[in-house]
Each structure stands twice: as structure tokens, then as C-alpha cells.
Design a protein. Structure first.
Length: 326
């Protein structure tokens, strides 16, 4: 191919950046712009790479991502930001293609795309179709819990777990001030009138995630039933390759859902489970926090932007497969 797409990954040494690079470097239609390790902290060198690229993928802390965006001179350069910095910012397209029927077209026509947060994309995948279909009220209080592998905390948390393998603290809740950084994103894109109550938990394994939303009978609208909720979610995702809706009630119910089952993929399973009367409902999103929750979602967005097959985001060869016991 004569005219290869030029892509620069700013922050490629981090967990997400490494996974994106490991996939893109084998693509014959893409030219990765390289920057030496000693030049990564040079504003001049980074700006040169950012402005040479057709697509810039930012795998940076929030403040560094904001600064990188300012360095890009051309409005035609596509920026995909994997940080939290622009997820609720005006002028940025939400990079979750399955969000709505026209979301892919919005992504395709955008030059500023924000990659969803891991916990947030699970919660939004469950909530948005139900709120949009008026089965839940935006005013109602929502409770969310989540479980993630320790890769979700980046280099610092990975180092904490892997340097102290015999530590007694191998699984714990955190963000107990109920002010997790994904709350504004969930509130905006669900959408909700108020922040949900969200308690995340980190587990003693590298990658894989569950996001759970608990719906007691008093929570959803009186005319709504389990069957309505299942039908709404199924209808919303019926044409999607990567999202599967599963009725986990009655005789078909399974009693164990692993956070690691979909590791190294861009897939997401949405389970609906309920008590025998189908009145109290639990919604559970299962996916890879480094896959659909980060790098593979960004790869899916790249495919949309350059009009390639989205299934390339599910290439099984990429990814770090270490330390995956639970």
C-alpha cells in the first residue's frame, strides 16, 4: 500500500499503549511513527511526531493528554484520547460505537474522540439502552459495583501487586469517598440526573472485569418487567459483533461469572440475572478491562476511522498474558 496511515502512540510505554502498539505494528496498511526513549520527554520531538501523524492515540495521564492536544496544529488530525481528560468535554465524540445507531458515523466524522473508561463503559452499556427506552428513570438512584484486575490501576498498582506477591491484602474495595473518576462519564453518557453510588474493587489477578448494577423491584418503573429489560437490551445490541446479551434467569442460570473469561478480546457479555419471581434484577457486564475497557476499544475506533473491518480489534495474538490467576 503506497499511502499508509501514519499513527503516533503518545505514551506507548504504558499498559494500554503497549497493547495498542503490539497490534498495530503488524499491520501492513499502517505506519507507526517512532520516537526514541530519550526523546519521549522532549516537547519538541513529541510535537513533531504528533503533527506528522494522521491519527494520534494518547495513552497519557490527564494533564499530559490535555497538553498533547494543544500541540496538534491541524484540525484534520484525528486524536483518540484514552485518558479521562476529555470524556465529558464539549467537542469530543464518545468512542463507544455500540452506544447508538449513529455513533459509528459520529466517530467516523470526528477528529476528537475520547476512549471510554473501563468501569464506565460497562455501566453505560447496561444503563443507556434502559434509560433511553424509559424502563429506568434518570432521577432514580443507581448502585454500581465493579471488580477489576490490578492492571486497571496502571504501572503503580501493577508494581504494588507484583512486588508483594505474599501480601495479605490481595483484594480490596477502594474509592470509598464515592468519588471515582468515572462518575462524571457515567452520569453524562447513561445519562443520569445524579451520580450513581459506585464502589469498585481490585482483585489479585492481572486483567478482567465485572461491572454490576443492582435493580431491586422498587428501582425500575412499575410497568417494566424482567422480560422488557431483556428485550430492550437485546434489541439495542442485536446487530453488534462484540456485545452479547444473555438471559441468566430460571433454568438457564449459571451461578458463576468469571471476570477473566473474555480476556484478550474486544467482547462484552451483558448478563441479566434475577430471583425466581424475576422482580429483583442484577445486570452484570463482563469484559477485559484492557480490551473492551481500553486498548481494543481504541483499536475498534481506529478501524472505524480508516474504514477497516472492526473485527481486527479482536486479533487474538496481542496482549500480555501473564499473571492471570484468581
Amino acid at each position: 500500500m503506497e499511502n499508509k496511515i501514519k499513527i503516533f502512540i503518545d505514551g506507548e510505554s504504558g499498559t494500554t499503549g503497549l497493547e495498542i502498539r503490539s497490534h498495530l505494528q503488524s499491520r501492513k496498511d499502517i505506519q507507526l511513527i517512532k520516537i526514541s526513549e530519550e526523546s519521549r520527554k522532549s516537547i519538541i520531538e513529541r510535537a513533531k511526531c504528533l503533527n506528522e501523524a494522521d491519527i494520534c492515540i494518547l495513552c497519557l495521564p490527564d494533564d499530559a493528554a490535555r497538553e498533547a492536544v494543544k500541540m496538534v496544529e491541524s484540525k484534520k488530525t484525528v486524536i483518540i484520547d484514552t485518558s479521562t481528560a476529555h470524556r465529558v468535554a464539549d467537542g469530543w465524540c464518545y468512542g463507544f460505537p455500540e452506544y447508538s445507531q449513529d455513533q459509528r458515523e459520529k466517530i467516523r466524522n470526528s477528529t476528537r474522540i475520547t476512549n471510554p473508561g473501563c468501569y464506565a463503559v460497562g455501566a453505560i452499556a447496561l444503563l443507556h439502552p434502559l434509560l433511553n427506552g424509559k424502563l429506568l428513570s434518570e432521577e432514580h438512584g443507581i448502585t454500581i459495583t465493579g471488580l477489576s484486575g490490578y492492571s486497571g490501576g496502571g504501572k503503580a498498582l501493577i508494581e504494588k501487586f507484583e512486588k508483594n506477591p505474599n501480601s495479605s491484602q490481595r483484594i480490596y474495595d477502594y474509592a470509598l469517598n464515592l468519588d471515582h473518576k468515572h462518575l462524571p462519564e457515567i452520569k453524562k453518557w447513561a445519562p443520569l440526573a445524579n451520580n450513581p453510588v459506585f464502589v469498585p474493587c481490585v482483585g489479585n489477578y492481572f486483567r478482567g472485569m465485572l461491572v454490576r448494577i443492582l435493580l431491586p423491584h422498587s428501582c425500575y418503573k412499575k410497568h417494566s418487567r424482567f422480560e422488557d429489560i431483556y428485550e430492550r437490551l437485546s434489541k439495542h445490541y442485536e446487530q453488534e459483533k462484540f456485545v452479547k446479551v444473555i438471559d441468566n434467569s430460571g433454568q438457564t442460570r449459571i451461578n458463576e461469572i468469571s471476570p477473566q473469561e473474555l480476556n484478550h478480546s474486544n467482547n462484552m457479555n451483558l448478563y441479566l440475572t434475577a430471583d425466581d419471581d424475576k422482580k429483583n434484577i442484577a445486570l452484570i457486564a463482563q469484559f477485559d478491562n484492557l480490551g473492551k475497557g481500553a486498548s481494543r476499544q481504541a483499536l475498534q475506533t481506529v478501524s472505524i476511522v480508516i474504514d477497516e473491518d472492526e473485527q481486527l480489534a479482536n486479533n487474538k495474538e496481542i496482549g500480555n498474558k501473564k499473571n492471570e490467576t484468581i
